[in-house]
Design a protein around this ligand. Structure first.
Ligand code: ADP
Length: 438
């Protein structure tokens, strides 16, 4: 029996009532005793009902009303209830203060934040996200974000569940605003959508691109003129002065280096230009490999053994010119970084998961692991002097990476210092001509 019932039974009122009934019974008999008992219980019942009614009134609005005082046993019950209510009110105030602080902190963030549920419905967003995506918290909470931000690339990005790479969103509701958008998974299938305004950075990047393209373009004409004159002077039959001949040979070498550099810079600018849409045509890769083999042999001048391995006949959908340039760059590098007598294998095959792969394997000098992640940066070279000696510009792999990206392909590099390297371009299934043209 718990405390409550013990207290109820030994309550002074009941003890007094039992004593009174026993006394009346002893003096005057059973009927008056029953009468006394009945009146006593009725009074007790009335008191209980009164407390119960007070409790009921309080329950109707517990947040604003004070807990009633109560009488008898109810006094203890209401006193406990009062303590509980006070504790709950205090906790609620603390939660509200914490929530307010969090809202203020997220409002001060320099990034937009949207909380999405498992069905991409908006649960909450900060004021910056409202501005970035044209949302209104009051109106749009519970709506699917893709109803409000409908750009196809954004819808595709959300569907892909890509948590690694950010998406650059140009076509926003605010005209020239450029956003970098990133998804972060958390909790039970929930996702945070983080948006950053990179309009300013994009403007600087465009200025840089335009500057490089313009300078390269402007340099091209004077370089062609200088090179032309150097060649004419070299061909002069009466050029006897040794010093002049050596100087002209050096001038010729350096001007062609500069021409190669300008050509590579212009190629990169063209690839980076968003208006330059990819030409979609049927590219017969096995046929292209035969051409590359001939070109490679003529560059190698018999110093290396070159061969082709064709594991599949599948043609690609893409730009024949760009793919020729990317594949050619890899073959040229293999020849330049493989000592005389080395072996170079050009291959085209289909991987177990269906992806198509072009690869160039050499038995050359190889690359130490710490350099591999940086090879596609512009002008990054492992050995500067070797690159120069062999006529490198330091832009070859940057061009290859751009061309691969334009074809949704990945450039993969596997290498071991002293043993050789394999450079592969792996194309997704949708790049198969049969798939792309259907
Ligand atoms: P570069 O004109 O200097 O060759 P790339 O962008 O083509 O510029 O290559 C960057 C660097 O990567 C090179 O300087 C070289 O150090 C390294 N590299 C590229 N291909 C190979 C290869 N097949 N074997 C060894 N090193 C390579």
């Amino acid at each position: 029996m718990n405390d409550f019932w013990q207290r109820a039974i030994v309550h002074p009122f009941f003890l007094f009532l039992f004593a009174l009934v026993a006394l009346v019974w002893a003096l005057v008999g059973a009927l008056p005793a029953a009468l006394f008992f009945g009146i006593g219980v009725s009074v007790r019942l009335y008191l209980h009902l009164r407390n119960l009614a007070a409790f009921d009134r309080w329950l109707a609005d517990p947040d604003t009303r004070d807990v009633p005082d109560g009488t008898g046993m109810w006094e203890d019950v209401f006193s406990e209830l009062n303590k509980l209510t006070k504790r709950r009110r205090q906790e609620r105030q603390q939660h509200a203060a914490a929530l307010l602080q969090m809202k203020q902190a997220t409002s001060a963030l320099p990034e937009g934040v949207v909380i999405l549920d498992e069905a991409d419905r908006i649960e909450w967003c900060n004021p910056l996200a409202e501005r970035h995506f044209g949302l209104d918290t009051g109106r749009d909470v519970g709506q699917q974000i893709t109803y409000l931000a409908r750009q196809p690339e954004f819808v595709q990005y959300l569907a892909m569940n890509n948590f690694r790479e950010p998406l650059i969103l140009r076509d926003t509701r605010h005209g020239d605003l450029v956003l970098s958008v990133k998804l972060i998974a958390y909790g039970d299938n929930k996702r945070l959508l983080i948006s950053r305004d990179i309009t300013h950075l994009e403007r600087i990047e465009t200025m840089r691109r335009d500057f490089v393209a313009n300078v390269s373009h402007e340099l091209r004409t004077p370089l062609t003129v200088v090179n032309g004159f150097v060649e004419t002077l070299q061909d002069m039959p009466n050029l006897e002065n040794d010093m002049a001949r050596r100087a002209l040979a050096l001038m010729g070498e350096q001007t062609s280096r500069m021409e190669n550099l300008v050509d590579d810079l212009l190629t990169l600018s063209r690839l980076e230009n968003e208006q330059n849409v990819l030409q979609e045509e049927k590219v017969d890769v096995p046929e292209l490999l035969k051409i590359l083999l001939e070109e490679g042999r003529s560059l190698s001048k018999g110093q290396h053994q070159l061969r082709v391995e064709i594991g599949c006949q599948e043609p690609l959908s893409g730009s024949a010119n760009e793919l020729h340039s990317a594949f050619g760059n890899l073959v040229t590098n293999a020849i330049r970084y493989t000592p005389q007598g080395g072996e170079i294998v050009l291959a085209w095959d289909q991987m177990a998961d269906g992806h198509l792969r072009f690869s160039v394997k050499d038995s050359g000098i190889g690359i130490a692991p710490q350099h591999i992640p940086r090879l596609t940066e512009r002008f990054y070279r492992v050995d500067r002097s070797r690159s120069r000696e062999t006529g490198g510009t330091g832009l070859g792999l940057a061009i290859v990476k751009h061309i691969a990206l334009r074809h949704q392909a990945q450039l993969e590099i596997v290498s071991e210092e002293g043993s050789g390297s394999t450079f592969s371009i792996v194309f997704p299934l949708k790049r198969r001509w049969a798939e792309a043209s259907s």
